[in-house]
Design a protein around this ligand. Structure first.
Ligand SMILES: [Fe+2]
Length: 190
């Protein structure tokens, strides 16, 4: 969000957290709000477009992820306003302020959707963990606690997504290791 005069403006409030800290926390929370909205719509995109033999279980899982993120959108936006800040929750604000890459719109296969979401959940999880530290340093343990709550669930969801991919990834790693081992055998050795 480019308009600093709006992003750093606070409403008058009786809360006892210093304004200098609240300005920084509100900017961070608005970044999280954008990323959460973005990720929620990406999970819905996957929910609607997934195809393949695992269609139904993935269709349901992706909707569950989107519903969970919808709850976080509200929690994050309301923490912004509790701190006296302006919440920027429109689709356009999300698009311009999200840390996540755009979702690939042309994929269909279940594995491709799971991979695309796992990549984005990992970035979102990293952002949340950094935000826990930042809000802790700024002395706002309530916001740090909110981030911790979201972070714990997002890590679990990343596990759910990656569990669909790990067998193939482990096999690919083992295959690579076997190939490397074969290549290391000196010429002429039987
Ligand atoms: Fe639906």
């Amino acid at each position: 969000m480019s308009d600093n005069s709006i992003t750093s403006r606070l409403y008058p409030t009786r809360i006892d957290i210093p304004a200098e800290a609240r300005v920084q926390i509100v900017v961070l929370l608005n970044q999280t709000l954008a990323a959460t909205s973005d990720l929620k719509t990406q999970a819905k995109q996957a929910h609607w477009n997934v195809k393949g033999t695992d269609f139904y279980q993935l269709h349901l899982l992706f909707d569950e992820l989107a519903g969970e993120l919808e709850g976080y959108i509200d929690m994050v936006a309301e923490r912004v306003t509790a701190l006296g800040g302006y919440a920027f929750g429109t689709a356009r604000a999300a698009a311009s302020n999200s840390i996540l890459p755009e979702y690939p719109l042309d994929i269909l296969d279940g594995k491709d959707h799971v991979t695309a979401l796992a990549d984005r959940y990992a970035l979102y999880a990293k952002h949340l963990r950094e935000a826990i530290d930042k809000t802790d340093e700024l002395g706002d343990l309530d916001t740090a606690d909110l981030y911790t709550e979201i972070s714990r669930t997002i890590d679990k969801r990343l596990w759910f997504l990656e569990a669909h991919l790990q067998v193939a990834e482990i096999k690919a790693e083992n295959g690579k290791a076997a190939t490397t081992k074969t290549q290391k055998i000196p010429a002429g050795v039987k």
